[in-house]
Write a protein that binds this ligand. Structure first.
Ligand code: SAH
Ligand code: SF4
Ligand code: F3S
Length: 451
């Protein structure tokens, strides 16, 4: 869970502005959407890190797994007291759970004033106005097939970060059988390159040094925009215009990882050598039941080609264990895959049944305790593999962007997306420095600045 905090609200901030507290669950696309909401409101509201000071509380939700959904209810329970104390407080639920439940949420939590799905967040100022004019409650959750993400308008929101996310596409057309995203984010829609370039330009002008382009399946970017644009061309254009930038993207679907995209890694100086390539399972039988549309042989062939084109590339992945029908031998195939590819990091999840998905109706559910056991096994295995992978960087010099720091303790990031802890003055934040790696830990590196 993240709260957005900005630096507004200091001595010069007009006291006339109201206060908004935003809580964000879920993926980076939700973080991006939270920024968009903050920006849309910035003429009337400043952000506050304190919910008890807020005139408006927005909860941007995630429904990828059941646990994510439950977090919303416990939070809403805690916020009820604030609304009882201050009846003029507005509470809005946005994002994927909002889309999933719509106006049913009012039944679960009567103190919620508005429910906005991911396509509806752009109506937030209008919805607040309706509430001001006496409307009691509003739920906007209609998904349309011809939705377009509006261009950013109005003043840039002040940031005190060196990294930022830019959503380049929304929705997903892949319908993996376990996944709720296509049902709550709607059909895939790509933003025009000009909107993306303008947004990056504004971020670069504010001192942002590292940008991650976001989408559920970025390598199918460009669908519906015409012949002359696709994802590798978008990357090439950004690289040409912003040569000082560090550029990243997530997430890529293995089935759409094309040769021209692989060539971007050695070819584009701004593009960082890291690819998050979710594999989900090592078993062809399970991949088929998941509707992933690639085989393990194809996945391994892509990995080999990537590593040949860009030997320093860092690979990370997502794994689901305990998908319906996953037999011991399927699970062993996942273990084998992890041993073969040797990812620097993995994000492993127990299968969680989601409403409206095809897999919710599949038989041969794996008992919960076996799901837990398998999750522990992959996490333990990856601990060993990950540490060994990280040890390869010991006694080398890596280029680090210093991202944050305090009391002479700094945190930086390598081009390969490894977190590096080091000592130094916080005046170095925003600098790209050569760092000597002294020691590898499980999820980070320890280093010192090279003079
Ligand atoms: N668009 C991305 C993934 C988005 S969701 C992609 O296709 O790779 C992030 C991760 O959550 C997925 O990669 C998957 O590993 C996991 N996930 C999605 N639905 C899940 C479910 N029902 N149960 C458990 N994990 C799930
Ligand atoms: Fe979900 Fe699959 Fe789409 Fe990723 S590609 S968001 S896992 S349906
Ligand atoms: Fe969660 Fe929605 Fe992202 S379900 S992972 S917040 S797209």
């Amino acid at each position: 869970m993240k709260s957005l905090i900005n630096t507004q609200g200091g001595i010069d901030a007009p006291n006339l502005l109201k206060k908004c507290h935003i809580i964000t669950f879920g993926c980076q696309m939700n973080e991006y959407d939270s920024w968009r909401m903050a920006q849309m409101l910035s003429r009337e509201y400043v952000l506050t890190p304190f919910p008890e000071d807020a005139d408006l509380i927005l909860i941007n939700t995630c429904s990828i797994r059941e646990k994510a959904e439950h977090k919303l209810y416990s939070l809403l329970g805690r916020l009820k007291g604030l609304k009882d104390k201050n009846p003029s407080l507005r509470i809005g639920v946005t994002g994927c759970v909002a889309q999933q439940l719509g106006s049913q949420l009012f039944k679960k939590a009567a103190h919620v004033d508005m429910v906005l799905g991911p396509q509806a967040i752009y109506s937030l100022p209008r919805v607040l106005e309706s509430l001001e004019q006496g409307k009691t409650r509003l739920a906007l959750t209609r998904l349309t097939d011809n939705f377009h993400i509006p261009a950013t308008a109005g003043p840039a929101l002040e940031r005190n970060d060196v990294r930022a996310f830019v959503t380049i596409m929304q929705g997903c057309d892949n319908f993996c059988t376990y996944c709720i995203v296509p049902h709550v984010r709607g059909r895939e829609t790509s933003r025009p390159p000009i909107d993306i370039i303008r947004e990056i330009e504004s971020l670069v002008n504010q001192g942002i040094k590292d940008i991650t382009l976001l989408g559920q399946n970025v390598n199918s970017y460009g669908k519906g925009l015409g012949e002359d644009i696709d994802f590798p061309r978008l990357l090439t254009e950004i690289d040409r215009r912003f040569p000082g930038l560090r550029l990243r993207f997530t997430t890529s679907h293995p089935k759409d990882l094309s040769d021209p995209l692989i060539e971007c890694f050695p070819g584009l100086k701004t593009l960082c050598e890291h690819l998050h390539l979710p594999v989900q399972s090592g078993s062809n039988r399970i991949l088929k039941r998941m509707n992933r549309k690639y085989s393990i042989e194809k996945y391994l062939e892509r990995v080999e080609k990537l590593r040949a084109a860009c030997p320093s590339i860092t690979l990370t992945t997502d794994i689901i264990v305990g998908f319906p029908g996953e037999a011991e031998e399927d699970f062993q195939a996942t273990v084998e895959l992890l041993e073969t590819v040797r990812f620097d990091q993995i994000f492993a999840f127990r299968y969680s049944e989601r409403p409206a998905t095809a897999a919710a109706g599949f038989g041969h559910k794996v008992p919960e305790e076996i799901r837990r056991e398998r999750l522990c096994q992959v996490i333990d295995l990856q601990k060993t593999i990950g540490l060994k992978q990280y040890q390869r960087y010991e006694n080398t010099v890596m280029e680090c962007l210093i991202e944050k720091g305090h009391n002479m303790k700094l945190q930086g990031r390598t081009r390969g997306n490894h977190v590096v802890n080091l000592s130094g003055s916080d005046q170095l934040i925003g600098e790209i420095l050569d760092v000597f790696i002294e020691k590898a830990c499980h999820h980070s590196l320890k280093g010192r600045i090279v003079n």
